[in-house]
Write a new protein. Structure first.
Length: 108
């Protein structure tokens, strides 16, 4: 074989290697673009969910009553009712009426 034949074979092999490298690079680039597009879609979905959670947290106090708040409210109402019962009992005693028994309290 002469030098031209060896050079042609080496050029063909080298060209094949470069062609395969180009094919791998194009395939890798396409895969990376697909993954980036998917990451962008996930980022949009996370942004949407974040907005929904913030809206929900903003509306939560309007539609939900905390347990502590309910206990405080019921305690205040019961204290007012007890005070009214005491006033009515004192009024009844001052008029020398028979004692009034509170159905909600234990009799002493």
């Amino acid at each position: 074989m002469n030098n031209m034949g060896v050079f042609a074979i080496a050029a063909g092999v080298l060209g094949g290697v470069f062609a395969m490298l180009r094919w791998f690079a194009v395939r890798l680039l396409a895969d990376m673009e697909r993954r980036l597009a998917r990451i962008e879609d996930v980022a949009k979905e996370v942004g949407r969910l974040d907005t929904e959670v913030k809206d929900f947290m903003g509306k939560l106090p309007l539609h939900y009553q905390r347990r502590d708040d309910a206990i405080r409210e019921y305690t205040a109402i019961n204290a007012k009712l007890d005070r009214q019962w005491e006033v009515m009992s004192e009024f009844a005693r001052s008029r020398s009426a028979p004692p009034v028994i509170c159905p909600m309290k234990e009799n002493k």
